[in-house]
Ligand binder design. Structure first.
Ligand code: IPE
Ligand code: IPE
Ligand code: MG
Length: 264
């Protein structure tokens, strides 16, 4: 299992480029995205296409989460962020939502073995308000249990909405200014990012969306400024390690210019 470098803001561009004081990494490692974020979509459609209730798709989706988490940890990915529940998903029928909450709680408990075996740390982004106490308790216990693990960070976006996160960050800064602890002139991109839920995490290098929709659905709007996008028609329950590898291979072939000019 690879031990990733300490978390930092921003993304390494190439293998040769030292990043935030890191020593240069080998070329092969440089082709691997440090941080992959996934919009895990298509559970409901997967189930409906098979004449099953939508919740069956969510159940199967959890199995994919397990496989992909283990795969990423073994590849040496530094962070995997999974969009589990958006702040807009509360518009769904109560029965589906309560099933999702139950599934999340069960997942937090059952996942402990895998997380400890693979040395994975767990983090959550999103609003805790509105989540059942039992789900939060299971989450908090698992986060604490994995806190000193040396490997990949698995970040779960639960009850997460990017606009809400940005508005919260603006409110925190405004409160600090009003209290006299901060000068408005001191607010820059770095300081703003430090008030987001993702403070201290690198930005995603690669954003994957399953099930074909060409949209972001209020996910990490600030953080994906320069992420490479990869969308597949494959629904999340059918998403295999080989699909992940395909996305990583596409990423490796991309030239990231960050607004600069082509290096060739
Ligand atoms: C993604 O699958 C999981 C969640 C949003 C919780 P969906 O439930 O959105 O599946 P589709 O898009 O309806 O097929
Ligand atoms: C995005 O999927 C949210 C998650 C994967 C948790 P949605 O199914 O909610 O997105 P829309 O509604 O199709 O944009
Ligand atoms: Mg969907």
């Amino acid at each position: 299992m690879a031990t990733p470098p300490a978390p930092h803001a921003g993304s390494c561009v190439t293998a040769q480029e030292p990043c935030c004081g890191d020593t240069p990494r080998p070329a092969a490692a440089g082709r691997l995205p440090r941080h992959v974020a996934i919009i895990m979509d298509g559970n409901g459609r997967w189930a409906q296409a098979r004449g099953l209730p939508r919740i069956e798709g969510h159940r199967r989706g959890v199995a994919t989460v397990r496989r992909i988490t283990e795969h990423c940890a073994r590849l040496g990915i530094e962070q995997l962020t999974l969009y589990c529940l958006s702040s807009e998903n509360w518009r769904r029928p109560p029965a589906e939502l309560s099933f999702l909450m139950h599934l999340l709680e069960q997942y937090m408990i059952e996942e402990r073995t895998l997380l400890m075996r693979e040395g994975i740390r767990l983090a959550m982004i999103g609003r805790r308000d509105g989540l059942p106490a039992a789900t939060l308790e299971a989450l908090d216990t698992t986060v604490a249990m994995c806190a000193n693990n040396p490997g990949m960070r698995l970040c779960l976006a639960i009850n997460y909405g990017s606009r809400g996160e940005i508005a919260d960050a603006a409110r925190k800064l405004a409160t600090e200014v009003r209290a006299g602890r901060l000068e408005p002139e001191a607010i820059d991109e770095e300081l703003f990012a430090s008030r987001l839920d993702t403070a201290g995490m690198p930005d995603p290098d690669l954003l994957i969306r399953t099930a074909g929709e060409m949209r972001i659905s209020n996910f990490l709007l600030w953080q994906i400024s320069y992420a490479e996008l990869w969308v597949t028609d494959v629904a999340w329950p059918d998403f295999m390690e080989s699909h992940f590898d395909e996305a990583v291979a596409a990423f490796a072939g991309r030239e990231r210019r960050f607004g600069g000019l082509s290096i060739s």
